[in-house]
Design a protein around this ligand. Sequence first.
Ligand SMILES: Cc1ncc(COP(=O)(O)O)c(C=O)c1O
Length: 457
Amino acid sequence: MTGISGFEGLEDRTPRGIAAVLARAIRAGELGPGDRLPTVREVAGDLGVSPATVSAAWQALRRTGLVLSRGRAGTFVRETPRPWLSPRQQQLSGPGRHGLRLDLSRGTPDPALLPPLGPALERVSARAGTWAYQDEPVLPALREVLTATWPHRAEAVTVVDGATDGVARTLEQLVSYGDRVVLESPGFPPFFDLVEALGGEVVPVALDAAGVRPASLARALESRPVAVVLQPRAHNPTGVSMTPARAEELAGVLQRQRRRGLELPWVLEDDHSGAISAAPDVTLGAFVPERVVHLRSFSKSHGPDLRIAALGGPALLVDRIVARRMLGPGWTSRMLQTILLDLLSQARSMDEVAEARRQYFGRQQALVTALGDLGVPVATPDGINLWLPVTDEREALLHLAAVGIRVAGGSAFLAADAEMDGDHVRVTSGLVTPDHAPEVAAALAGVARARLPGRGD
Ligand SMILES: Cc1ncc(COP(=O)(O)O)c(C=O)c1O
């Protein structure tokens, strides 16, 4: 018996009816945060329905954010239901904050390393103007700064509300139901949900230490995708930055496609960590500018809540994105654009961002060195994350939580049917200062998969 009161005499034994009973039990407190749901088999037995019906009900509950699956361990009531998050984002926000000392699960920058906004805010208050709805959506002075630092000659550059917004708006223009979209796996979890929400089909590609693997891209292109989304630098979660040689090789793979008379997919480059990346700017736009949309976010370097990124590429596509946006929000507030322009052109904030880049690099090196001393070899990642191979994802999360450290489980970063390269966790290592590195490394070494024999303990 499952002990769920609403199951007694239940008439609607469809997935919807079963999910509704569970949802009511959760809201009424009959099942509390962190409680495990009865097993599919138990409920199926209780109600005399097929396990597939119960599975479908559980799936519906997961989509609402009320519960989350922890693989073989079962399905659990979420600690704090957050229905505004996409399924993978919900999967990422792990168990409660009880006893938490160090939250390294979120992939966000260190607030202490963001440039203070005070001076820019003061100046914007003096400069904010009145604009007509028909005016050019990008401040000319900001466009000038962006164009001067763009990694290739983009025909058109505009400003959007973050890199994720830019990827979403571009894919909305490109993807129709059933179209294929190439995504990196592991990769940024919301992109998998986004492609699914657009009715597209994800085609995963694998990476190595230099970026997306050319053979993997070549194979993916056989499925005739409409778009390829990749992260040129500080790849989340692996910390890989594409080398210039790899960018050229990948462009070669695309060009071979063209020589076969096939249309090239669009390439969307999500340079989400921009100015805090330790690697040089890199883009396929240097080779196939007519098919590349490059995005540069200012979230990691200047602040995620600024919600601002620049998007550049062929006018044909950029103008369509701008025109479609004119029918909704219109443009990114010029006040925000003025703040960004200020932060990109004042010596002080430019120095602060450069210092943040150095700090992140130093933190990554300190943690990697400490891990190496404990017999756990990992390459120094670029950006603010570290992708750690672990023996078992769930055990690693529990073990680290027991010492007050929260990291993100790796499975949310994988395409549904991608080849598994063992379990991982993503550690937002950019938040670990060098004085904490030995302690955090010791905890991580306790769950790491690869340990050199005879070293550390
Ligand atoms: C790969 C990737 N893209 C985009 C973002 C978010 O960028 P934005 O805040 O500009 O939307 C992140 C943030 O972690 C990210 O890791």
